[in-house]
Design a protein around this ligand. Sequence first.
Ligand code: 5RP
Length: 264
Amino acid sequence: MDWGMKNRLSKLIQKDGHCFFLPIDHGYFQGPTRSLEEPAKTIKPLLPYCDALFVTRGVLRSCVEAVDSKPIILRVSGGTSMVGADLANEVITTSIEEIIRLNATAVGISVFIGSDYEKQTLQNLAELVNKCEGYGIPVMAVTAVGKEMEKREARYLALCCRIAAELGAKAVKTYWCEKDFDKVVKGCPVPVVMAGGPKCETELEVLEFVHDGMQKGAIGINLGRNVWQSPHPVAVAGALQAIIHERATVKKAHEIFNDIKNKK
Ligand code: 5RP
């Protein structure tokens, strides 16, 4: 692997082989979603706990300090909205010049496998990899399901992850699933990072699924709403950080959650 690619990946995936990415890219199709109305305020107390931010260029320029920033994974696909015809109909939104100008550590792009736009979004991924490889910039593929959340089962997720890796993604972000998540990870030749999805009912549920996914081979998380839509976002972030980087049990992580929460 070339020095630049290796260097960028090492900023994202820590020495323990694990990572905690904080996505704040939701506005690119959801608008000012709850708790992300003012991204700068949302992320400020959470930054100490995460290893990188997943963000569009618009929010990056307007809400993230350029000095001493966390590594940036730039969201470079979009062009759809919650009220539009089909969330899958995405294009690449950001040029390679812009990716380099913003000094992105990596880029992220969604693929919608099984949708009417499967080929288009896979082509987006392949073209992005072609461009980014030339500059040593890793591509993270996001296996998106649009509004069809019931698609989140192992056979489908394994198919999506494998295809994304075959097309050249250096990491794949996918959903955790209760049954056979280990098979999803095993079938993917590049690291798998877990996304969160809509907010769980309790913080304990979040800690449980993240812990389970880590035991089954995921290298970390890219978790948004389950962190910053919680009434106690800093406590959730602290507890997740302990699972990801300190190998905390669910019990220990929940104690950390309660300790941080009760200190406030
Ligand atoms: C939005 C994304 C998000 O980065 C991803 O879904 C993770 O966020 P959440 O944990 O809130 O689902 O790709 O398109």
